[in-house]
Design a protein. Structure first.
Length: 709
């Protein structure tokens, strides 16, 4: 008994000690790190950064930080913090130790001071530029923190009356040009020379008008135009410069719904992009080839406008072309690679170390640590890089050095730690592609839903296959041509049999075969269809159903490169069936009033037969989708356009022949049929809009009664 008690105690101590000794720092991280899959679902990821230290009171300062608004790191890893609420600049070393404070200074024998500084920028030689917002100027300090000169409000006719120069963020290039983002300036970035002279606006946001907006704008007065906010260019809120001298600018003033729509629709333009990267010509050169454009969170509920899409307030350039976006709406950080792929997202709202209440700015140190400031809690937080994040940066380093075989090995290590990150499959696939392992690369690209790279790998596989089977291609072409000749010959023989001798003997297959004659001889075909019984309504409905089935197969079971979204698989057939139903209903109602000869059954039968080209050309489209690559998609598009044009011509001839109209009358009938279809759709939408509140009323009334009784 005593032995059992002793062993139990030892086991209990062992259980208690193991967790205490094996808990890593990451287990205390108060947030989840994640990325997004190609379909927009968040995928948990190992932690890329963990909070190392945070503080608001700095030893040596008589007062703590108050409402800091910006932070910059120099080449020597010294940190410069714009302590806005205390009218000063705080300089720290890479460990957070106080080095100096700039609040008051003497220039040209006169005492001066800073007032609500909002932005800081430090050049490679240690020269410090401060956006002295309260005093409407820029102050330049030497590397020894001595004042050098002051840039006051620039002068230009472009500014207009009452212009106030309130710089809030700035950057300086190697030639001494100063790029300024100022409050209430929406014409772009102000470019000043070294002496503060205004040169021009840079990176102006171009306003794009829709045709409807342009139409209404012609009837507006000048006062109405001035009050139309949608025509005002976007105002930038921060600016930063990467190691190559390119400028990153951000904006949080974009319409939330337009930004959300651009994100989920994978818009690669810069029209509603919250971050841009400007080249020397002032054009946006940011690469947006990731699954979604760089704009923060993707999973945003449109109905929940409490936070809306990410509010990007800063962009922090990092190593190897990476950059990190700061989301003030959710207090999160999103890091992207040079191609616009999301590497990881972390952070959040709260009071624990690593969480924020007012995340506003950040900077990256040479050892890849990230330093963030909170404008509400006035805290400075240092984040340390984890092994997982270090592997990602190691991959990018190897890629820049073109060491692809080593890059593949590191990607495998990344996948061992996180098999939810699509970019790892893409990176490993690219490495295999460069080594000529195209089949293996295809499988990895497919896992990541990367159709662009999959297409490149498939093209190489197809080239190899064609070289192996080159002799069979002429045989397959000859066989296809012979099959088509046999099929159309059989249709011709069947249709050549006089109707009188075929009465009682025509079967459903013969009625189906008749469609091949009708689509090539539409005038005779529709006449015989209605007057000689060469077709039937069941056969027409079967053709319509088969056409819809082929459309479904193309979208859901065609070649991988040309498969549509799972949500849209049934969209094509539904549009086809609804369109034919609306066409038949509208045409029958209209022709009943205009002495049309055709009955509703005849119109329906002819319309169903008119969809035969969709079936006839849909089958080769389906087969070709397995052999074509993305750059050859125009061939499939050409077949699609041809099939719909063919259907349109057949429907017009059907109206002409079935109703025995003249050509002008048939044209007018087609026009009014289309108008009638639009009217029916509009009335249906109005009916459902009126029906929805009625249904909601009865549901709420029923719930109220159920609560009472």
């Amino acid at each position: 008994m005593k032995k059992i008690i002793t062993l139990s105690c030892i086991f209990l101590i062992f259980v208690l000690l193991i967790p205490a000794g094996s808990v890593s720092a990451a287990s205390n991280v108060p947030y989840a790190t994640y990325t997004y899959s190609n379909d927009g679902n968040p995928q948990l990821s190992p932690h890329a950064y963990i909070p190392a230290q945070n503080f608001s009171e700095i030893p040596g300062l008589d007062t703590p930080l108050s409402g800091p608004s910006d932070i910059a790191a120099g080449a020597d890893d010294r940190l410069y913090i714009a302590d806005t609420g205390n009218d000063r600049i705080i300089i720290l070393d890479a460990d957070g130790t106080l080095l100096a404070v700039i609040g008051t200074f003497t220039l040209d024998g006169r005492e001066d001071s800073l007032s609500s500084p909002q932005g800081v920028f430090v050049t490679d030689d240690g020269t410090l530029y401060v956006s002295d917002t309260g005093h409407q100027r820029i102050v330049c300090f030497s590397s020894a923190y001595e004042p050098s000169y002051i840039i006051h409000a620039p002068q230009s006719p472009l500014f207009g009356e009452g212009f106030e120069f309130r710089p809030k963020s700035l950057a300086v290039d190697k030639t001494g040009r100063i790029f300024v983002v100022a409050e209430n300036v929406n014409m772009g970035i102000m470019v000043l020379d070294r002496d503060g002279g205004f040169k021009n606006y840079f990176g102006s946001q171009k306003v794009k008008y829709s045709p409807i907006e342009l139409f209404w704008r012609t009837f507006m007065t000048e006062e109405q135009i001035s009050r139309t906010e949608s025509f005002v260019p976007t105002e930038y809120n921060s600016i930063s410069m990467d190691s190559e001298g390119f400028l990153f600018v951000t904006s949080a003033a974009i319409d939330p719904l337009l930004q959300y729509s651009a994100t989920v629709n994978r818009d690669t333009s810069d029209q509603y992009a919250p971050v841009k990267r400007f080249g020397a010509a002032g054009t946006d050169i940011l690469v947006r080839s990731g699954a979604f454009p760089p704009s923060g969170d993707v999973s945003v509920s449109v109905g929940n406008l409490e936070k809306g899409p990410s509010s990007i307030v800063d962009c922090v350039p990092g190593l190897y072309g990476t950059y990190t976006l700061l989301d003030a709406a959710r207090n999160k950080l999103f890091t992207y690679d040079s191609e616009g792929n999301l590497l990881y997202a972390f952070g959040g709202s709260g009071s624990q170390a690593g969480l924020f209440e007012g995340l506003c700015a950040a900077s990256v140190l040479s050892d890849n640590r990230i330093v963030c400031i909170d404008s509400i809690t006035s805290e400075v937080t240092f984040f340390s890089q984890t092994e997982y994040s270090a592997l990602l940066f190691d991959v990018m380093r190897l890629h820049d050095e073109r060491r692809y075989s080593e890059e593949a090995d590191v990607w495998k290590q990344v996948l061992l730690r996180n098999n939810n990150i699509d970019i790892a499959y893409i990176g490993l696939g690219n490495a295999l592609f460069k080594d000529g392992e195209y089949t293996e690369a295809m499988s990895l690209f497919r896992i990541a839903s990367d159709k662009a790279n999959y297409s490149l790998a498939f093209k190489e596989v197809r080239t190899r296959a064609l070289s192996d089977w080159i002799l069979l291609i002429p045989v397959a072409v000859i066989g296809l041509i012979a099959g088509l000749i046999f099929l159309f010959s059989a249709a011709a023989r069947c249709n050549a049999v006089p109707v009188q001798t075929a009465i009682g003997r025509r079967t459903l297959p013969e009625h189906l075969l008749y469609s091949l004659h009708l689509i090539t001889h539409p005038f005779d075909g529709f006449w015989d269809l209605n007057h000689e019984g060469r077709g039937s309504l069941p056969a027409g409905l079967l053709i319509l159903g088969a056409s819809g089935a082929v459309m479904t197969l193309e979208a859901g079971a065609g070649g991988y490169l040309f498969q549509g979204s799972s949500v849209l698989i049934w969209a094509g057939p539904l549009v086809l069936f609804a369109g034919i139903a609306l066409f038949v209903l509208s045409n029958w109602c209209l022709t009943s009033l205009t002495e049309g000869k055709g009955t509703a059954r005849q119109i329906l039968t002819a319309s169903c037969y008119a969809t035969s080209p969709i079936l006839l050309l849909g089958i080769p489209r389906l087969i070709l989708s397995y052999f074509l690559v993305l750059e050859e998609a125009s061939y499939l598009s050409a077949l699609t356009v041809l099939s719909y044009l063919w259907v349109g011509v057949l429907l017009f001839v059907a109206i002409l022949v079935v109703h025995q109209y003249s050509l002008p009358k048939a044209l007018l009938t087609v026009l009014f049929t289309v108008v009638a279809m639009v009217v029916i759709i509009v009335l249906s939408l109005m009916f459902f809009n009126l029906l929805e509140p009625m249904v909601s009323f009865f549901i709420n009334y029923y719930r109220e009664l159920s609560y009472r009784f």
